[in-house]
Ligand binder design. Structure first.
Ligand code: GLV
Length: 319
């Protein structure tokens, strides 16, 4: 009688997110790794049984008793919410989602928001509410300068897609990058020069100690009068009070904001009622189970085989 070799179960993965659907993720992961046990945090039983964690903003102390953890997967691109914790087991690697579909979703939001400003759609929306036929001749796309701050996986694709629209695209990053058709600049010394040319500023940086309030009042004032700001990264990269004041005075003409210093944006915040501000509730891009599960499963296999991981996060660096 022939015997089928038994595949060892890959282990137990705990899932935590207030924003993502457990069953969808469980099925997507098990489609890749049929032996994987996927549980919610309240179903764990003995925390020492947990091998892997797939988490978005888990509560304080979440990891404390998980002494056999082998991998933490951040259920998103930005890892700033993990950086300040004191319950992360030492030496357990952390990876983040890196998924071309997530980058595409982000690029589509950035395209929408940037083109909305480039085509002056807010002007027509306001005119329509007044019942006015308010003709404004469209500007030549090449005359509109868009600066993308942050040229990581998400920023690089967005910059590339923007230049495909014929806009003049400047990129800025900490270390030098090259993107076809994009005028790339690097380092703090180059930042003010880039801001000074940005008719539309798109913020796509990770939030780290270095980028916290990077766009303070003085830097926001470098933008040309009436510039538009699009923030799809993290609210705290911008001094929100300064941004609000500059939007109120018209020095900054408009903003599309998906992220805020405090989320949800508190009711009564002046940004809610400003006609030149479009607010969306932090969803410019989200992790997509069907495709991201493949990347996560590949890393789980690498952990099991002692191989090096992809999309590993360096919490010292902050991304
Ligand atoms: C969302 O903000 C993410 O970092 O994935």
């Amino acid at each position: 009688m022939s015997t089928t070799p038994v595949q060892p179960a890959p282990g137990t993965l705990v899932f935590y997110s207030d924003f993502d659907d457990f069953d969808t993720w469980k099925h997507a992961l098990q489609a890749q790794l049929p032996g994987l046990r996927v549980v919610r945090a309240n179903e764990i039983g003995d925390p020492r049984e947990v091998d892997f964690a797939l988490v978005w903003k888990p509560p304080a102390g979440f990891f404390r008793a998980m002494t056999n953890l082998k991998l933490i997967v951040n259920l998103g691109a930005g890892v700033d919410s993990l950086a300040a914790r004191d319950d992360l087991p030492a030496h357990v690697p952390i990876t983040r989602i890196s998924d071309p579909n997530m980058a595409r979703m982000m690029a589509s939001y950035v395209l929408f928001a940037t083109l909305r400003h480039a085509r002056e759609i807010p002007h027509f929306e306001a005119a329509q509410r007044r019942g006015e036929w308010a003709y404004r001749h469209p500007r030549n796309p090449g005359d509109i300068r868009v600066a993308v701050l942050g040229l990581g996986e998400l920023g690089a694709l967005a910059a590339s897609e923007l230049q495909r629209q014929g806009l003049t695209v400047l990129g800025w990053s900490r270390s030098p990058r090259e993107i076809e058709g994009v005028q790339c600049h690097a380092g703090m010394d180059a930042l003010d020069g880039v801001l000074g040319q940005a008719d539309i500023l798109v913020i796509m940086l990770p939030l780290t100690a270095d980028t916290h309030h990077l766009l303070d009042r003085a830097r926001l004032e470098k933008l040309p009068h009436g510039a538009a700001v699009v923030n799809v990264a993290r609210g705290a990269i911008v001094d929100q009070a300064a941004l609000t004041a500059l939007l109120q005075s018209g020095q900054i003409g408009a903003a599309t904001l998906d992220v805020f210093e405090k989320e949800p944006l508190p009711s009564g915040d002046p940004l809610w009622s400003m006609p030149n501000v479009l607010i969306t509730p932090h969803l410019a891009s989200v992790a997509i189970p069907a495709s991201a599960a493949q990347q996560i499963a590949a890393n789980l296999r690498r952990v099991a085989n002692g191989e090096s991981l992809t999309s590993r996060v360096d919490l010292q660096r902050g991304y």
